[in-house]
Design a protein around this ligand. Sequence first.
Ligand SMILES: CC(C)(COP(=O)(O)OP(=O)(O)OC[C@H]1O[C@@H](n2cnc3c(N)ncnc32)[C@H](O)[C@@H]1OP(=O)(O)O)[C@@H](O)C(=O)NCCC(=O)NCCS
Ligand SMILES: [Zn+2]
Length: 256
Amino acid sequence: MTLGSTPLRPTVWWAHISSANDRLVRLLNEEELARNTRFRLQTDRDRHLLGRALARTALAERTGVPASEVAFELRCRSCEDKARTGADGGDPSPHGKPVPVGPATGWEISISHSGEWVVLAMAEGVPVGVDVERVSEARDLDGLAAYTLAESEARAWRALPEDDRSEAFFGYWARKEALLKATGLGLSGGLRRVSVTPPSDRARLVAWEGGGAPGTAWLTDLERDPGYRSALAVLTDRPVEPTVHPAERTAALLRG
Ligand SMILES: CC(C)(COP(=O)(O)OP(=O)(O)OC[C@H]1O[C@@H](n2cnc3c(N)ncnc32)[C@H](O)[C@@H]1OP(=O)(O)O)[C@@H](O)C(=O)NCCC(=O)NCCS
Ligand SMILES: [Zn+2]
């Protein structure tokens, strides 16, 4: 078997918000603690805490480094690109994709949270992006779709029966944001520039207009909960076989 056809095996960890507890707080660094206390809502604090504590714990388990020594640097591709081209508008405060540095250098992670769920994706040597979205009855779904969907996506979406549009919209969103998060661009990369297949079809990147396009990208939906849509993107041309850990396994990992 050639290296090119050896499957990549990223790991996905699902965590339920009920796994957040005060014992995990010791895993946050000072900057994370400061950010955590700035959230007004307890659920926002719990989701942020769980995401960062899970990332440290899962990387520690895989690398043998103590969780408290796993460090991240925040990198925003959009702001880095602006700085490189001399354009205005970068945000000077630390923000962006957490990138493992120090003892866990070489690993790539992505964190997402929505409603009751937190999800972490991790892989060695290849960028990953994960996104989970709670399907909600947004008041202005048409307005959101105009901001989010590329022309061909919007046409397919508007042709759906009205009752199916909420779920389909969040399906598109999760796939597109997983790709943007894998590249490190985040939403500043522009959701409308990235086109994916309709949620009823197998997930695939269709087109990427403008800069920042990944060479190749592997994309899949992740099934978790009927009220949510979620997706995983891996920037590779190799076959990908993710290992997905359910919340019970993640809770056990966090209990240590
Ligand atoms: C960050 C962003 C991708 C998050 O999307 P979201 O749907 O609100 O939230 P999610 O739960 O899916 O993801 C949040 C996580 O994404 C990660 N993240 C942040 N920036 C990221 C980036 N540029 N690329 C990839 N991941 C990023 C973080 O881990 C964050 O969670 P944490 O801080 O609790 O660890 C999106 O809000 C964004 O791009 N914001 C930037 C807005 C902006 O224009 N900022 C100005 C300077 S660029
Ligand atoms: Zn930025």
